[in-house]
Design a binder for this molecule. Structure first.
Ligand SMILES: [Zn+2]
Length: 251
């Protein structure tokens, strides 16, 4: 009996730890205490207020030799523009994919050099991750990226300060438009999720740099033509921000 109780207690403690760990993780990922201020100051962008049917599609963690080419083909087929948040080390390895993104009229954003856990990095290495990747993108596209998307959505005062010093904006995403394509979902399900949650001014987060990228590409082929019929346009992050300015949505 005593052993039984102890086992039960141990199990309870273990579950509590799991829940606590999860909560802390979610806190770190989604809700930094200063998030609302940064959003008001337009230092962190999670979407825009507009009635214009504009959407920013974004792809993380690439480029990937197979998935990125496939996604670029489908975007071209439907005449949709997007923003690719690339990793510096992959951009260096596959320069032609970065060049093609730019040639096709897409925007290239910075997603760090090596996708580290910034929670365990000092100021110097965070800066290095950002600056090194900017240099690689500038060399390949002729443009210094305007947007930085931190791996895992990690935010800290220090990181935001470093991004501002680089004259960049943190390109987050709209919480409701995170279909978690990287979790191995089918293209049909990813597309249905996006269509069901669509609203003007959103930033949709997808991934070209993960193994499930083929399903992400299939999803694009389903939801882009459907939403275009409803009057939606797919624009780069920079164009999305311009749409906000033209609507005088800024405070
Ligand atoms: Zn990532």
């Amino acid at each position: 009996m005593i052993i039984y109780i102890r086992k039960k207690t141990a199990l309870f403690m273990f579950s509590s730890l799991l829940i606590l760990g999860f909560s802390l993780g979610a806190f770190r990922l989604a809700v930094h205490p200063n998030m609302e201020n940064w959003k008001k100051q337009r230092i962190v962008i999670t979407g825009i207020e507009t009635n214009e049917k504009v959407i920013a599609l974004t792809f993380d963690d690439g480029p990937d030799t197979e998935n990125t080419s496939l996604i670029l083909d489908i975007l071209k087929k439907h005449d949709a523009k997007a923003t690719f948040f690339v990793l510096g080390q992959r951009a260096k390895k596959y320069p032609n994919l970065i060049k093609r993104m730019a040639e096709d009229g897409h925007e290239v954003g910075n997603h760090s050099f090596s996708h580290p856990d910034f929670n365990h990095k000092d100021r110097k290495s965070i800066r290095e991750e950002i600056v090194k990747t900017n240099q690689i993108i500038l060399r390949l596209t002729g443009k210094k990226p305007l947007f930085f998307r931190p791996p895992g959505g990690y935010l800290s005062y220090e990181m935001v300060d470093l991004v501002m010093k680089e004259n960049m904006i943190i390109g987050y995403w709209s919480y409701i438009q995170d279909p978690k394509d990287w979790q191995g979902r089918k293209g049909e399900d990813i597309a249905a999720y996006i269509i069901n949650h669509i609203k003007p001014g959103q930033i949709i987060i997808l991934h070209d740099g993960v193994p499930n990228g083929v399903e992400t590409a299939r999803a694009l082929d389903i939801f882009i033509p459907k939403l275009k019929k409803e009057g939606y346009r797919f624009v780069t992050m920079t164009e999305l921000i311009k749409a906000e300015k033209s609507n005088n949505a800024l405070p």
